[in-house]
Design a protein around this ligand. Structure first.
Ligand code: HEC
Ligand code: HEC
Ligand code: HEC
Ligand code: HEC
Ligand code: HEC
Length: 448
């Protein structure tokens, strides 16, 4: 009897050690068959499936810029430069986790239609049980795919699969696994979670989910329970105008609303980030552009741009648009373009626009959009933090012969996912780099 008990204990402990459960993410530890296709979930969770499909989660491997950046830049460099060799699988650990876990590295390009195309699928987020890191980053998730789906409810009555309550699913640390990234050079090249944790929303416990998922009464499947707070899988970010618009407040003031010709007026712009739970831009801040254009329009509709007043901080030149500044030489080097001098650092921005950005520098000291090839990015950070306000001034010297009795000052805050120069150079579809208006404001002046 005793021996049987001992034997059972032994067998159980051996099984516990050998079971694939709570595995740290390592490439090749599973097969594609260990993961259900999202389509299977759509049979019962149709609404959630359609939301997920619209979000970037389902497109994280297939959409054009990801396709181009991995296959034209990161992968070729990983095959040439030992220091960045690991990004061959690293990019895939976050962008096509099923392929990564199945050891399909490098995956076929999206056009081949493999299961890499599923992106961040249902079974990834609902298979993740935790992280190997106390503060997760670089696809440090532990995952246990299979019959059991991990979720936030203790009273789910599923069909077809089982569920297990996991506090991790509803935690921001789930997101941190993929939203914080360290480059092979040790630079934090994505730190949305860390920004959030250090800011007001982290300390008040407002989670990523609270702003990026919607909660409404209903059912998660026709067979499910009626609940007050079904989690909708929107995951909208700056790829969706409806999320981006108005995310920063903008106010304009003049030190004197009545100005004499030949004198000057100082216009003040206030930009308040009251809605974004981390910096704006965040995430891929190596390439995101947020900038303010200010102009004066006379009575006849002619517009003159007003450049931002310099503040004089170190590295400020990277935050003021300059059509003569060139950057991104690493792209040409990787693509082996002889004599490549780089392209316009600020794309087609009008000179003198203030750019709220955090420039990244490669090991040769050049500004780069290759986040995996980034050595340094901490010296200059002029993005707008959560609940932070940036004040900018614009001095306008009213010409002696200004033609009208009134002048309208207009300010527009724009965002683009990638500098237009990079978008054009890499032949991306124009929506991938066009300027989207986040907010605008105007002010009327009387000219005497
Ligand atoms: C045959 C129908 C059916 C299919 C197919 C199905 N589910 Fe479910 N699922 C349910 C039902 C029923 C519930 C319980 C709903 C409730 O209690 O409100 C549920 C609940 C869940 C939950 C919630 C668990 C929690 O703790 O909140 C998750 C997560 C989940 N399913 C994931 C999936 C995934 C991923 C797939 C595809 C691999 C899938 N489901 C396929 C019927 C299904
Ligand atoms: C990026 C991660 C992520 C992906 C991808 C994802 N989910 Fe979820 N899902 C969550 C989180 C987080 C919650 C719980 C939200 C909370 O705790 O506030 C959740 C909740 C659910 C629930 C419970 C809903 C409720 O409120 O009762 C179901 C069912 C579900 N997911 C199914 C799916 C299906 C099906 C897919 C794929 C089509 C999917 N999920 C993809 C993160 C994800
Ligand atoms: C397995 C990795 C993974 C996990 C876990 C994950 N994400 Fe993501 N997420 C990604 C990737 C990859 C992208 C980039 C998609 C792209 O642009 O190609 C992304 C993009 C996003 C975006 C930007 C969408 C846009 O419109 O630009 C938001 C918002 C987001 N995720 C929120 C979340 C939240 C909230 C969670 C946690 C509940 C989460 N993610 C968990 C991998 C992940
Ligand atoms: C208080 C609400 C709020 C919270 C909390 C929040 N976000 Fe956001 N997030 C936003 C808004 C609004 C945007 C759209 C504006 C923008 O792009 O910054 C956004 C944008 C993003 C983007 C795109 C960043 C870019 O510039 O490309 C990502 C990725 C993202 N969020 C992930 C997360 C993750 C992960 C967390 C938790 C660690 C989180 N968010 C917490 C409101 C929030
Ligand atoms: C730790 C997880 C992680 C790793 C590793 C990672 N990414 Fe990402 N990637 C993300 C997330 C999350 C986003 C979305 C951030 C945002 O919206 O600002 C993203 C955004 C992007 C974008 C921008 C997409 C767009 O539409 O603007 C590209 C391109 C990209 N990644 C390519 C790569 C390549 C190539 C690699 C490998 C060198 C890589 N990523 C490594 C998580 C990761």
């Amino acid at each position: 009897m005793k021996r049987t008990v001992l034997f059972t204990v032994l067998i159980v402990s051996v099984c516990l050690i050998l079971l694939p459960s709570r595995h740290a993410a390592e490439t090749g530890t599973f097969t594609y068959d260990d993961f259900s296709e999202p389509k299977q979930c759509s049979i019962c969770h149709g609404e959630i499936y359609r939301e997920w499909q619209q979000s970037l989660m389902s497109q994280s491997f297939t959409h054009p810029w990801d396709d181009v950046e991995y296959f034209k830049l990161a992968l070729p460099q990983a095959l040439k430069l030992e220091k960045v060799a690991d990004v061959k699988s690293g990019c895939i650990g976050c962008h096509a986790p099923v392929a990564f876990l199945a050891g399909d590295i490098p995956p076929q390009p999206p056009a081949a239609g493999t299961r890499a195309n599923e992106g961040v699928s249902c079974d990834i987020c609902h298979g993740i049980t935790g992280s190997t890191e106390e503060v997760p980053y670089n696809f440090s998730y532990r995952i246990n795919p299979g019959k059991v789906k991990y979720g936030s409810r203790k009273d789910a009555e599923p069909q077809f699969h089982e569920t297990e309550y996991s506090a991790f699913t509803g935690s921001p640390e789930l997101c941190a696994n993929c939203h914080d990234e360290q480059s092979p050079y040790g630079a934090w090249v994505k730190e949305t979670y860390r920004e959030w944790a250090a800011g007001p929303y982290g300390s008040q416990g407002v989670r990523c989910q609270d702003c990026h998922m919607h909660y409404a009464p209903g059912k998660s499947t026709p067979m499910g329970k009626e609940r007050d707070d079904i989690a909708h899988h929107v995951f909208h970010g700056p790829h969706f105008d409806q999320k981006l618009k108005g995310s920063v407040d903008l106010a304009l003031y003049a030190d004197n609303p009545e100005v004499k010709r030949g004198s000057r007026v100082v216009i003040r712009a206030e930009l308040y980030n009251g809605k974004v739970g981390h910096y704006i831009p965040s995430g891929s801040s190596e390439e995101r552009m947020l900038w303010l254009e200010v102009q004066v329009v006379d009575g006849k509709g002619n517009a003159i741009r007003i450049p931002v007043d310099k503040k004089g901080f170190a590295g400020e030149e990277f935050t003021i648009a300059d059509s003569q500044a060139f950057a991104y030489q690493a792209m040409g080097e990787i693509m082996e373009i002889p004599g490549y001098k780089g392209i316009a650092r600020d794309g087609n921005l009008p000179d003198g626009s203030r750019i709220f950005r955090r420039p990244y520098f490669d090991p040769k000291g050049r500004m780069t959009i290759c986040q995996w090839y980034t050595e340094k990015n901490t010296d200059i950070d002029y993005r707008i933090g959560p609940r932070e306000t940036k004040l900018e001034t614009y001095t306008w010297n009213v010409p002696d012969k200004f033609p009208s009795q009134t002048a309208k000052i207009t300010a527009t805050l724009y965002y683009s996912l990638v500098p237009s120069s990079v978008g054009e150079f890499m032949k991306l579809p124009s929506y991938a780099y066009e300027a989207k208006a986040v907010n605008s404001a105007s002010l009327d002046l009387t000219i005497k």
